[in-house]
Unconditional design. Sequence first.
Length: 238
Amino acid sequence: MPVLVITGTGTEVGKTVVTAAVAATALAAGRSVAVLKAAQTGVRPDEPGDAEEVARLAGAVTTAELARYPDPLAPATAARRAGRPAVRPHEVAERAAKLAIDHDLVLVEGAGGLLVRFDAAGGTLADAAALLSAPVLVVAPAGLGTLNATELTARELRGRGLDPVGVVIGSWPGEPDLAARCNLLDLPDVTGVPLLGAVPAGAGALDPAGFRTSAPQWLAPRLEGTWDAEAFRVREAP
């Protein structure tokens, strides 16, 4: 798995923190890691973006960013408003492929959900994943409403001939409600893919050393961690 594409079911679902956890876990396993942010929006030129946040939390990763736009909008819209060139899926694929030459693992983090448009032609992260023939990890929220969005994302991936490798819950609450606990059973059922982890709420606020030590405990062995999905369900599910 030299390239892993990471998408969310929407915005603010914990995608960057999950990317950092995957990176930290791979680094702990002795792998070299690069993180590519396809399009960064809503961040000024002098501010750290998502790739830099992954590096802060995870450690010694190579970071790359194809484009940055100041407005917190979909990349195609933000590019248009800024009067700047849009990111094209083939550019994402080409940069990821180049990074894969010198790294054991390249993590490509999208912007928002799978079908958020990069350019006026309708190019998306799904198109970049197809060009790379890369598996896609889906980051989903824990609570009410997640089943529909996560199932739709998995269906879209399969419809495009892509591999939805699994789902990671981006922010597992300290006191989960009934919906969140039921979703531990229902998410694998409706999506047809395994749960591959649950990152605790607030993990991004940990100090980097604590984050790196803890990250493998949040991810399943498929992602080189030690998280046990069945044991987690037994403890948390109703």
